[in-house]
Design a protein around this ligand. Structure first.
Ligand code: CMP
Length: 140
């Protein structure tokens, strides 16, 4: 099977609590490889544009503010079936509904401060990766 890429974000609630290593250990144990990574402070314009698909949702403003509340780690994960595998390890958006061993069940604070973001399809992964990384920054 071909190697797939997905965008992963370790959100402010995770960086604030110093959980980036614990979370990435779960992704790596599942066979995903970190092939690009940077710790950044999002601007309001960047967070708003990244989540533009949710613009009409009642939680949009609060989601954008929470993404600005501390640095995030943006990263590209590679592996077989990486989009689905990453989502499986992340668990359901709402930590109350996430399977017990998933990142969100173990670490998320709430449905909004849910520790991680992951692309939901290979097509969106390509768009989201290009939002943060140049091709030259992705190294096997
Ligand atoms: P993420 O996977 O980054 O995609 C959209 C984000 O919106 C989601 O994780 C949560 O952080 C947030 N979100 C989704 N649903 C809700 C909700 N009902 N209330 C608050 N935030 C939400």
């Amino acid at each position: 099977m071909a190697i797939e890429h997905t965008l992963s974000i370790l959100k402010p609630d995770a960086t604030r609590r110093n959980l980036t290593g614990k979370i990435n250990a779960l992704f790596e144990a599942a066979g995903l490889r970190i092939v690009a990574q940077k710790r950044i402070q999002l601007s309001e314009a960047e967070a708003g544009a990244f989540y533009a698909v949710h613009k009409e949702r009642p939680f949009y403003g609060s989601l954008v503010s929470s993404m600005l509340s501390a640095p995030v780690v943006v990263q590209v994960l590679a592996g077989e079936n990486a989009v689905a595998k990453h989502r499986e390890v992340m668990g359901a958006t709402d930590p109350k509904k996430a399977e017990p061993h998933t990142v969100r069940a173990q670490f998320a604070e709430s449905i909004e401060a849910n520790s991680v973001h992951g692309s939901d399809s290979p097509e969106n992964a390509a768009t989201e990766i290009a939002f943060f990384f140049a091709g030259t920054e992705i190294l096997p």
